[in-house]
Design a protein around this ligand. Structure first.
Ligand code: HEC
Ligand code: HEC
Length: 275
């Protein structure tokens, strides 16, 4: 009897193992992305103390626009409760609202065009799960007309291979996160030049903090950093000499990245051509 009992427990444990090691749900994946590399809250959560998560309102003042980050909570009046999942995915990757208007900058639509189908849906699943907030956000004003579209409609984007650190790091740094938007040199049109200036630095980033100059993060710029020092500066904003980075790099969000994702980003940065 005793032996049968032990055998039965052993069989149960074998059956249970795959369940215990189950993959994360889309909602869990979405929560992870939003709170780490994608850093949606860096714009969509107001900076006032106690502001509700993703309830919008933050103002971005530039010569070309005064934009207000939208309320992304599932509030029926002021949030995105009325958008279907497909409409939210389109909003993210095509920068189109359900009625066809274009979503303007600084919403990083051109970055999110490379977001995989699974990750876009995971982020939408997470947005559905947060508490609705009735925060009303005034409309943005654009002094130059917004484009009719940000490019041909995105139909499907396959997930990058997650066993290839350089490819996965590229995806994290330029499809989900804005590393390359901030750190790429500007071209003549004032927009990041991802072909000749990828990660080369030099952009002047303006805000309430004044002007910060984005540094070169190709191997020419960060060659003196060890991998551990890079992990530290990306997740805490502290350089090897103890000095602190100026804003607006969202290091508090990057602090939530997994060790695997951070290593992939570092492998990608180390693989870049020197600029
Ligand atoms: C750099 C700042 C920034 C980041 C990062 C950002 N957004 Fe936005 N987003 C904005 C701004 C500003 C608007 C409003 C633009 C406008 O009024 O046309 C906006 C608009 C939107 C809209 C349209 C909502 C509406 O009601 O019209 C959606 C959906 C959205 N963002 C989702 C996201 C998600 C999800 C993330 C993270 C994956 C994200 N955004 C990251 C700045 C940002
Ligand atoms: C919103 C803009 C922004 C984003 C997004 C951003 N950075 Fe930065 N980053 C900066 C600025 C600005 C500085 C330098 C601030 C200063 O001069 O003190 C900086 C500094 C750095 C440094 C230190 C470089 C040095 O020379 O000491 C590294 C490394 C770095 N960023 C990597 C990254 C990576 C990797 C990502 C994406 C995971 C990223 N950054 C996303 C703006 C940004």
């Amino acid at each position: 009897m005793q032996r049968d009992g032990i055998a039965a427990i052993a069989v149960c444990a074998t059956l249970a193992a795959p369940l215990l090691a189950r993959a994360e749900t889309p909602q869990e994946r979405g929560a992870y992305l939003v709170k780490s590399i994608a850093a949606c809250g860096n714009c969509h959560t107001d900076s006032a103390p106690g502001a509700a998560e993703l309830a919008g309102g933050m103002r971005f003042s530039e010569l070309a626009y005064t934009a207000r980050a939208a309320n992304l909570t599932p509030d029926p009046e002021n949030g995105v409760a009325g958008w279907t999942d497909d409409q939210l995915v389109r909003g993210l990757r095509d920068g189109k609202r359900p009625k066809g208007s274009t979503i303007g900058p600084p919403m990083p639509v051109t970055t999110y065009r490379s977001m995989s189908d699974d990750d876009a849906r995971a982020i939408v699943a997470y947005l559905r799960s947060i508490p609705p907030r009735p925060n009303h956000v005034p409309h943005s004003t654009y002094r130059l007309p917004l484009p009719e579209s940000w490019g041909p409609e995105v139909t499907t984007v396959a997930a990058p291979p997650d066993n290839d650190p350089v490819a996965y790091g590229r995806y994290l740094a330029s499809g989900l996160g804005q590393c390359m938007d901030c750190h790429s040199r500007r071209g003549e049109n004032g927009l990041p030049d991802f072909v000749n200036g990828l990660a080369a630095g030099g952009a002047e980033l303006r805000g309430p903090w004044g002007v910060s100059l984005a540094p070169n993060i190709t191997p020419n710029g960060i060659g003196y950093y060890s991998d551990d020092e890079l992990r530290k500066v990306i997740t805490t904003g502290v350089r090897p000499d103890g000095s602190k980075l100026n804003p607006p790099m969202p290091v508090a969000y990057y602090a939530n990245m997994t060790a695997k994702d951070l290593s992939a980003i570092i492998a990608f940065l180390r693989s870049l051509p020197k600029k």
